[in-house]
Structures are given as C-alpha cells and as structure tokens.
Design a protein around this ligand. Structure first.
Ligand code: NAP
Ligand code: G3H
Length: 503
C-alpha cells in the first residue's frame, strides 16, 4: 500500500486540510473543501509517499479568484501603509514560528535538506521584514519644469509610485516558499493584490504558505492561491484579462512561452542559467574549489545560480582539481531528513536528463573524475573533466549534480566561451588580480558577476538580473517593488508662481 504522509493539522493549519491528505481551497478568506472533481496527487521525490492531494482548479474557479483579487485590491491600496507594513511583519513572525512545519514540507515535497529548508524559511521571514521597511522608504520626486525649459517655470511635478493591480506570482519547484515570498511581499507592500500559482511539485508548501499569509491578517482576496498544472492552466492564468502584472521564475522554455502569449502585461522573468566559474592561474585554488563545489552541488545542483561549468587553463586545472575532487568525494549523499548535502532530484525524468548529458560527454571523450553513480532519481555528485564544445554538457542547463570542467588556453578564450552561452544569469571570477577581475567582469554578458565567490541570488536586497535567455527585468527587494508599481505624475500649473530660488 502507498505510504501517506500525515500533513500538519495543528493551530493555524487546522483548516488547510480535509482529512489527512486533501488540501482545501481558499475561497474569499475561508478554507473550503474544493467542490471540483479533480485533484493532483503530490508524491515525495524521496520515496514516492503521497504528500497530499491538491485541487486542480477549474477555469470557472480561477475566474472567481481573479475577480475577488481585482475587487479586493482597491481597498488594500487605500489601506494605510502602516497596515500593510504590520501585515508583512506578522507574516514574518508566523513564518519563523512555523519554520519547523515548512522545513518538514520542503523535505517531503521537494527533497530539500533540513538545513537548506530552514534557511529558506528564515530568509523568507527576513525578506518580509526588509520589504516592509523598504516600503516605508520608497518615495516619489518633486521635479521643477524650468530644469528643462525656462517657459515651464510655473510647472511642478510630483511623482508617486502606484500599484499595478492584480499580480500573478509563479515560482519554480526549487524554492516554493522563498521564490513565492520574494514575489508576494513586494507585490503586497505597494498595494497590489497577489494570486500565487505555486509549482505543482511545491503546491502543498504553497498552500501552507498561503495559510500563513491568511493568519497574518491580509484582507480576504488580497493574497490567494490557485493550484493546477502549468501545462493545463498556465495559458489561462497568464492571459487572464484581470491580471495586471506577472512575476515568473522558472525555465527559459516557459519564459519564452509567456513572452509570446501574454501581450502587453508587464513582466518580471528570472529564468535558467549556465553560470560559469572562470578560474585564473593566480587564483586562491583552495577558496575557488570550496566555492565551486558548494555552488555546484547544493540542493543537488537544482538552483538557477548553481555553478554549471568551470573554465580554467591547462596550467591551472591540475591544482584546482586537486582541491575540487576530494571535496566532492566528501559530500554526503542521501535523504533530506538526514541532512544529506546531495539529495534525490525532483523527479526520475530530471535525473534521466542529467544522465543523458553525462553519457553524451563521456561517449565523446570527456574524463570522469568522480561520481556517475545513480539510484533512481538520486545521483551522486559528478565531476567531468575535458568537456569540449561539441558536448551537450558544455551548453545545456543540467540543473543537477554534475560539474563540467572546460579547459581553455587563456582568459580571453574563457570570456569567449562564457559569452557563447544562450544564458546570461551570473558568472564568477576567481583571481587575486583585481584589474583582471574588473576587466573580465565588464566583458561578461550576464546580470551579475561575483569576484572570488560562487554565483548566488542573495543577499535578497541586491539586484538579481538575468540577460539573454536568463530573464527580463531586475529582482531584489527595491527593484521588485519598482517593477510592481508604475510612476504616476501630478503636475501643478501655478499661474501666480514666481519660481524656486536655489536648486
Ligand atoms: P518550469 O517548469 O519552467 O516551471 C516554473 C513554474 O511555471 C511552475 O510553477 C510551473 O507550474 C509553471 N508553468 C509551467 N507551464 C506554464 C505555463 N504554460 N504558463 C505559466 N506557468 C507555467 O521550471 P521548474 O522546473 O519549476 O524550475 C527549474 C527551472 O527554473 C530551471 O531552468 C531553473 O534555472 C529555473 N530557475 C530560475 C531561477 C532564476 O531566478 N533565474 C530561479 C529558480 C529556477 P507546474 O509546476 O504546474 O508545471
Ligand atoms: O534557483 C534560483 C534561485 O533564484 C537561486 O537562489 O542563489 O539563493 O540559491 P540562490
């Protein structure tokens, strides 16, 4: 018989489930048993246990959700800033208080180890507080007309940032809590209502997260959740006439699709990556190896910012690999509840895809240094040397625990290969030469460059940008708030006005 996980049902989560496994639907601020006939069974990637049955919402129910979000948004925008700040603070406190529940859910549902899952919960609480404070600090401008033309001396403009309306937030499976919060919080602080469409593998966590927002006191309709498979309801959601802004994180494939189907709706998109670590001959190899290994293999490499290739000269490769290989051999492999560093991948298909990339590289002459062992969707951390441009592993996003080493003749070739990728999320440069670091950083076609550190999105108030196939727009607390508001100007035409003195 199928093993079933007993979902948390205490305290604020009492109303979220209908029995042990069926998740409810949030209608107008109340958790109700979903009356539709379709559910999606969420199984654990760890051992196949049933985590829960989530509603597969019908288009009629989705219409209802957006209508409610549309109606609730105006009142929320008119609520004082202090009320919005207070709600975010309460959500942050609840997030910390219920971190253990989130840690369990993330372990069961997406096989994230306890340490990383806890960090996801605490980072999200901090995100909520920082967003509340950033909301207090955001302000418009006063502009004088005569700065442009003397005849406009009697004109004064005041600019405000106003909400866009209903924000549709779509996070990916690898951070179902944090990449949801980093969309919901900036959306809400400036007076939007938000509809969360969680990743299917991650939707149980998304529903529990919504319960935390409910408990924090956001008015009904201001923060809601819609569940269902992206392949079935994605187009319906993203082309819905009541959606005023979309914030999406996920694969470039779905990103391209959104770009095609959505028309003129403003969008923020953070997509895939193939982040390169460029290791120069003078680098501190111990430091570079430490950063590259944790960057490549944390959460089994299922991070957009994972180090997905290393570009290093023949002269330096032996020393770098001398530091990398023993570190990889020491990584623990196993289950999330035992806090293994490398845990099962999200699905069997995902593991098979990574295996294909490994097999292709080895068949074409690359050298296996460590790993290439697999039990179902659990893949041991793998390092492959002498990966060349004719191999898929050199270009395709593996999103799994395999690190290709690509030999280059010099820094110029490293930059050329780094830029040849369709992706442009981040890159890392390891060197002791600050001039070389700056020179290379300026040439790299990516959103951010890390000097002597692995790629990473955080700290979360830093700008996070993807260029080329890696995205559109900038995230990061203030940048996200800016993207979820528009500028509105009120111009005073002052006919008795004598103009300003000073500037
Ligand atoms: P994905 O398959 O693109 O899914 C992302 C989200 O989009 C999920 O919620 C998914 O729902 C939804 N979706 C699927 N089809 C849709 C459609 N037609 N319209 C609207 N939404 C749709 O990506 P993933 O497998 O979850 O995540 C892995 C990918 O995300 C990798 O490429 C990774 O690099 C990228 N990623 C990028 C960043 C970044 O910040 N740059 C961060 C994390 C991940 P369902 O689950 O129901 O299909
Ligand atoms: O997976 C994509 C995330 O945006 C990466 O975030 O660098 O904090 O792991 P992270």
């Amino acid at each position: 018989m199928e093993r079933t996980i007993s979902l948390p049902r205490e305290g604020i989560f009492a109303a979220v489930t209908d029995g042990d496994t069926r998740l409810k639907f949030l209608r107008d601020g109340q958790w109700v048993s979903y009356d539709g006939d379709r559910t999606i069974a969420i199984h654990s990637p760890v051992d196949g246990s049933l985590v829960g049955l989530v509603p597969a919402l019908s288009t009629e129910t989705i219409d209802e959700v957006f209508q409610r979000a549309h109606e609730a948004q105006k009142g929320w925008a008119e609520a004082g800033l202090e009320e919005r700040v207070a709600c975010l603070y309460r959500a942050a406190d609840l997030m910390e208080r219920h971190a253990d529940t989130l840690v369990d859910l993330l372990g069961w549902e997406i096989a994230k180890n306890r340490k990383d899952a806890r960090e996801e919960a605490t980072r999200s609480a901090q995100y909520l507080r920082f967003t509340a404070e950033e909301g207090r600090r955001m302000h418009g401008e006063m502009m004088r007309g005569d700065a442009f033309a003397p005849f406009a001396r009697n004109k004064v403009a005041l600019t405000f940032r106003v909400p866009l309306g209903v924000v549709l937030a779509i996070p990916p499976f690898n951070y179902p809590v944090n990449l949801a919060v980093s969309k919901i919080a900036p959306g809400l602080i400036c007076g939007n209502s938000v509809v969360l469409k969680p990743p299917t593998q991650g939707s149980v966590s998304g529903i529990y997260l919504t319960a935390i927002f409910q408990e924090a006191g956001f008015p009904p309709g201001v923060m809601q959740v819609v569940t269902g498979r992206g392949s079935e309801i994605g187009d319906y959601l993203t082309t819905h006439p009541l959606v005023n802004m979309i914030t999406f994180t996920g694969s470039s494939t779905i990103g391209w699709r959104l770009g095609k189907v959505t028309g003129m709706v403003p969008m923020l998109m953070e997509l895939g990556g193939k982040d390169a670590a460029i290791v120069l001959n003078d680098a501190d190899m111990e430091l570079a190896a430490k950063e590259i290994v944790s960057g490549a293999f944390a959460y089994s490499g299922q991070r957009c910012t994972a180090m997905k290739r290393v570009l290093v000269t023949d002269d330096a490769a032996w020393l770098l690999l001398k530091h990398i290989v023993p570190k990889v051999e020491k990584l623990s492999v196993g289950n999330p509840e035992d806090d293994a560093f490398v845990t099962p991948m999200i699905s069997q298909e995902a593991a098979e895809f990574v295996q294909e990339l490994i097999d292709d590289a080895l068949a074409k002459g690359a050298k296996l240094l460590v790993g290439n062992r697999r039990e179902k969707n659990l893949l041991w951390p793998t390092v492959i040397d002498e990966v060349t441009a004719d191999m898929r592993l050199a270009w395709e996003e593996q999103f799994g625990p395999v690190l290709p080493i690509i030999r280059v003749k010099d820094a110029a070739e490293a930059v050329r290969l780094a830029n040849q990728s369709e992706y442009g999320l981040q890159s890392a440069i390891f060197t002791r030469n600050i001039d070389a670091a700056l020179g290379i950083a300026h040439q790299l076609e990516v959103g951010s460059v890390q000097i002597n550190g692995k790629s990473a999105r955080g700290p979360d108030h830093f700008p996070f940008i993807g260029v080329k196939a890696s995205g559109m727009g900038a995230q990061g607390v203030r940048y996200s708030i800016e993207a979820m508001t528009r500028v509105k100007a009120i111009v005073f035409n002052l006919h008795e006005w004598q103009g300003f003195s000073g500037l």
